[in-house]
Design a binder for this molecule. Structure first.
Ligand code: ATP
Length: 199
């Protein structure tokens, strides 16, 4: 029989990561610690269902920046499956892959607080709600004001780690304007973006 402590706790962190930044690295550290995760997989989307018209930087570049950002982070792995599947990336497809690979694990799926009210519209929402525990990542200020309640049938918890005020869209604007991004991304990512930033 599996005891409580022998059940693996696996975190899944999806997003566009266009590019990865210190807001993401904070989320990863807080999630591993607060949720006592055994492993955390970071899964860049080929295309977000919420921004299907947007063409992010090439998948290979976003994967490389993620590798640089998390290479020294214990328990973290980068998963290229959504980039390899290509097209719009649906969370349920990725979650099913993990459920098949880790049938006994508890799966935690990290999402931004702004996505919580939209959960019932996600593809195969009922199956998704059954398969994972959601973990809401507050944006700056939201810990104080409180985050939206989960819609019925979705279950989850809220990350307590202190949010960092940075977004990938701000960074893309700074890069286009030729402004420095060093304070907002890990040093190795800043160096890589200097060579080729794709925006
Ligand atoms: P964009 O500005 O292009 O929309 P983003 O910075 O929000 O991008 P995503 O790749 O969409 O980055 O983020 C992946 C996940 O990380 C999402 O769940 C998002 O809510 C969360 N996230 C992004 N930035 C932060 C931040 N500064 N603090 C906490 N969570 C964040």
């Amino acid at each position: 029989m599996k005891t409580e402590s022998s059940i693996q706790r696996i975190g899944l962190f999806g997003g566009t990561f266009n590019p990865v930044h210190l807001g993401h690295t904070m989320v990863v550290r807080a999630a591993v610690e607060e949720l006592a995760l055994n492993r955390l997989f970071i899964i860049p989307a080929a295309r977000s269902p919420f921004k299907p018209e947007d063409e992010p930087a090439p998948g290979a570049a976003r994967l490389e920046w993620l590798r640089l950002a998390f290479e020294d982070e214990p328990r973290c792995e980068i998963d290229a499956q959504e980039i390899e599947r290509a097209g719009v990336s649906y969370t349920i497809d990725t979650v099913r892959d993990y459920a098949a690979r880790f049938p006994e694990a508890e799966l935690f799926y990290l999402i931004g607080a702004d996505h919580v009210p939209t959960l019932p519209e996600w593809r195969e929402a009922t199956a998704l709600a059954d398969a994972v525990t959601f973990v809401v990542v507050p944006r700056p200020g939201e810990l104080e004001t409180g985050v939206a309640e989960f819609p019925p049938s979705f279950r989850g918890t809220v990350l307590r780690g202190k949010p960092v005020a940075v977004s990938a869209s701000d960074l893309r604007e700074r890069l286009r304007a030729g402004e420095s991004i060093e304070n907002f991304v890990p040093p190795a990512v800043a160096a890589a973006l200097k060579v080729e930033h794709s925006y």
